[in-house]
Design a protein around this ligand. Structure first.
Ligand code: HEC
Ligand code: HEC
Ligand code: HEC
Ligand code: HEC
Length: 430
C-alpha cells in the first residue's frame, strides 16, 4: 500500500534558481538488508524551527539537518524506514524563513520522508511559501486541518508501509486564508482510513504533551501521537493505554525511532545529534546552496537599522590604549567574523549581529569591503560608537560598562557556560 511520490513539479528547482547551483535530486536512502530484516522503523524528526545548522555557539553543538541525514540513513541500512517530520520547518516568517523551509523540504524529500506536518508557525510563512514547500516535497506535506485541495500539493493523509499518517494543527486555516477542519473530524477521518486500509494510525499533533495525552484518551485506536516538547525527548517510551507518545524534542536536535512488526511497537531509541554524526554529503550540498541563496538575496543588507553616532574602528584606539588593544587582538572577539566566514555564515543575518560591530546601527558594520574596520567584535561592540571620543578623548567620555553589555551576545543559547567573572578574566584590559 506504499504510495510513491509523484514528481508533479520537475520545474520547481529551476523556478527557485537552485538548478543554477548545480543540484539534482539523488535517489533516496534504501535499506540494503530488507530481505533479512522485514520489520519497519518509524523515525520521527522535526521541530527544526529554523535551526538548520547545529544549535548554539559552544561545543558540543547538537542537531542540524546534515547530521540528521546521516542518522536517518544509518537507521535505513538496517530496517525499512518510515520517516515522519513534525514540521516547524522555517522558524520565523520572512524571506529567510521561506528559504529554510524550502531547504528542509528538499532535504526531507531526499531522505524520502513519508510525511511532513504543517504547524501554525509554518502556516505563517503564507500560502505561496507553503505551496512551494509542497512542490519541493513532492506530495509529502500533510495537513488534515485543511480541506483537501485548500492548498495545492498538501494532502490530508499519507500512507506508507504499515502506517496511515495525518497531521493536525489548530487555526492554520486563518494564516492560509482557507477554512479549517475541526480536530475531531480530522482524527475520525484518519481512523476510518486506517481501518479501511488495515494500517496503523499515526497522528502528528502541533500541540503539547498534555494535548497529546487528552487526544490519546479520546481516541484509543490511534497507534502513535507525535507532539512538541521544549527540551530533550524522554529517555524511555511513553504510552497512554496502547497509544505511543513520541516527540523529537526541540530544534531538530534529536531523532527518535521505534520498531514496528506490523502489530506493535518496541525498540524505542533517541539519537541526540552530536558531533559523532558526520555531515551527510547530499544534505550538505542543499545546505550550502541555502547559504548561497541567503548571500545572493542580500538579506543582511535588509535588516532594520537605528540611527547612531559614528564608529571609529578598533585600530584607531591602539595609539592611546596600548594594553587594551593588545588584549583585544589576542582575544576571540578580534576574529569573530572570520569564525563565521569559515563556516559559510559570513552573510547570514541569523549569525552576523553578534559576530561584528554595530550591525543594527545605521553607521555600523555593512560588509567586509565597506566597513573593514568593524568586521569583528570590536572595542565599540561593548563601549559603543566612539568616533567622537577618538577626536576629543577628554571632551567625549565613554560610559562606564557593567556586565550587562556581555549578555546581549553571550545569551544562554549561544554561550551556555557564560559567567562574567571567569569570562572577563580572559579579556580583562583595564
Ligand atoms: C557583540 C557581541 C559580543 C559581546 C557584546 C561580547 N561578546 Fe564575547 N564573544 C562574542 C563572540 C561572537 C565570541 C566568539 C568569537 C570567536 O571565537 O570567533 C565571543 C567570545 C568570547 C570569549 C572567548 C574567546 C576568548 O577570547 O577567549 C570570551 C572570554 C568572551 N567572549 C568574553 C566576553 C565578555 C566578558 C563580554 C562582556 C564584557 C563579552 N564577551 C561581550 C561576542 C560578544
Ligand atoms: C546572540 C548572539 C549570537 C548569535 C546570533 C550567533 N552567535 Fe556564534 N557566538 C556567540 C558567542 C557569544 C560566542 C562565544 C561563546 C562562548 O565561547 O561561550 C559564539 C561563538 C561561535 C563560534 C565559536 C564556537 C567555538 O567553540 O569555537 C562559532 C563557530 C559560532 N559562534 C557560529 C555561529 C553561527 C554559525 C551562527 C548563526 C547560525 C551564530 N554563531 C550566531 C554569539 C552569537
Ligand atoms: C567584550 C567587551 C569589550 C571589548 C571588546 C572591549 N572592552 Fe574595554 N571594557 C569592557 C568592560 C566591561 C570594561 C569595564 C570593566 C570593569 O570596570 O570591570 C572595560 C574597560 C575598558 C577601559 C577602562 C575604562 C575604565 O573605566 O577604567 C578602557 C580604556 C577600555 N576598556 C578600552 C577598550 C579598548 C581600546 C578596546 C578595544 C581595543 C576595548 N576596550 C574592548 C568591555 C570591552
Ligand atoms: C588620542 C588618544 C585616544 C584615543 C585614540 C582613544 N582614547 Fe580612549 N581615552 C583616552 C583618554 C585620554 C581617556 C581618558 C583618561 C582619563 O581622563 O582618565 C580615555 C578613556 C577611555 C575610556 C574610559 C572611559 C572614559 O571615557 O573616560 C574608554 C572606555 C576608552 N577610552 C575607550 C576608547 C576606545 C574604544 C577608543 C577607540 C574607538 C579610544 N578610547 C580611543 C585617549 C584615547
Amino acid at each position: 500500500m506504499t504510495i510513491l511520490p509523484v514528481r508533479l513539479w520537475p520545474a520547481a528547482l529551476t523556478a527557485l534558481g537552485l538548478a543554477a547551483a548545480g543540484l539534482a535530486f539523488q535517489s533516496p536512502a534504501k535499506p540494503k538488508s530488507q530481505a533479512k530484516n522485514p520489520g519497519w522503523t518509524l523515525v520521527v524528526s522535526g521541530d527544526t524551527d529554523g535551526y538548520l545548522s547545529p544549535c548554539g555557539c559552544t561545543s558540543p553543538m547538537t542537531g542540524g539537518i546534515r547530521r540528521r541525514g546521516t542518522a536517518v540513513r544509518d537507521i535505513a541500512r538496517h530496517s525499512r524506514v518510515v520517516l515522519i517530520d513534525t514540521g516547524e520547518l522555517g522558524g520565523e516568517p520572512g524571506r529567510q524563513g521561506e528559504m529554510k523551509a524550502e531547504t528542509m523540504a528538499q532535504s526531507l524529500t531526499n531522505l524520502d520522508a513519508a510525511a511532513i506536518n504543517v504547524t501554525a508557525k509554518d502556516a505563517r510563512l503564507g500560502k505561496g511559501s507553503l505551496m512551494s514547500v509542497a512542490r519541493l516535497a513532492e506530495g509529502r506535506v500533510v495537513s488534515s486541518s485543511l480541506p483537501n485541495g485548500a492548498v495545492e500539493g498538501v494532502r490530508s493523509t499519507v500512507e506508507r508501509g504499515p502506517f496511515v499518517i495525518a497531521g493536525i494543527s489548530d487555526g492554520i486555516g486563518e494564516s492560509l486564508a482557507a477554512p479549517s477542519v475541526p480536530d475531531s473530524v480530522a482524527v475520525e477521518s484518519l481512523l476510518r482510513t486506517a481501518k479501511e486500509k488495515r494500517g496503523a494510525a499515526v497522528l502528528m499533533l502541533d500541540g503539547s504533551r498534555a494535548e497529546a495525552v487528552a487526544m490519546a484518551k479520546r481516541y484509543p485506536a490511534l497507534r502513535a501521537i507525535v507532539y512538541h516538547l521544549n527540551g530533550w525527548p524522554p529517555d524511555r517510551p511513553e504510552h497512554v493505554g496502547k497509544v505511543w507518545l513520541l516527540t523529537p524534542g526541540e530544534r531538530g536536535k534529536s531523532v527518535v525511532s521505534v520498531r514496528f512488526d506490523g502489530r506493535s511497537f518496541d525498540g524505542y531509541s533517541v539519537k541526540r545529534l552530536g558531533p559523532q554524526f558526520l555531515d551527510d554529503a547530499t544534505i550538505q550540498r542543499y545546505y550550502s546552496a541555502y547559504l548561497r541563496r541567503v548571500d545572493r538575496a542580500n538579506l543582511l543588507e535588509q535588516i532594520p537599522r537605528v540611527p547612531s553616532p559614528a564608529f571609529a574602528g578598533s585600530a584607531s584606539c591602539a595609539a592611546c590604549h596600548v594594553t587594551a588593544s593588545h588584549v583585544w587582538e589576542k582575544s576571540g572577539h578580534s576574529h569573530a567574523l572570520a569564525t563565521l566566514e569559515k563556516q559559510g555564515h559570513g552573510r547570514d543575518p541569523d549569525c552576523v549581529s553578534c559576530h561584528v560591530t554595530g550591525l543594527t546601527s545605521e553607521r555600523g558594520f555593512r560588509s567586509r569591503v565597506e566597513t573593514p574596520n568593524l568586521a569583528f567584535v570590536g572595542c565599540e561592540s561593548c563601549h559603543g560608537p566612539a568616533a567622537a571620543h577618538v577626536a576629543d578623548p577628554k571632551g567625549n567620555r565613554l560610559a562606564h560598562l557593567g556586565q550587562a553589555v556581555c549578555t546581549t551576545c553571550h545569551t544562554p543559547d549561544q554561550s551556555p557556560g557564560f559567567n562574567f567573572v571567569s569570562y572577563w578574566q580572559k579579556i580583562s584590559h583595564k
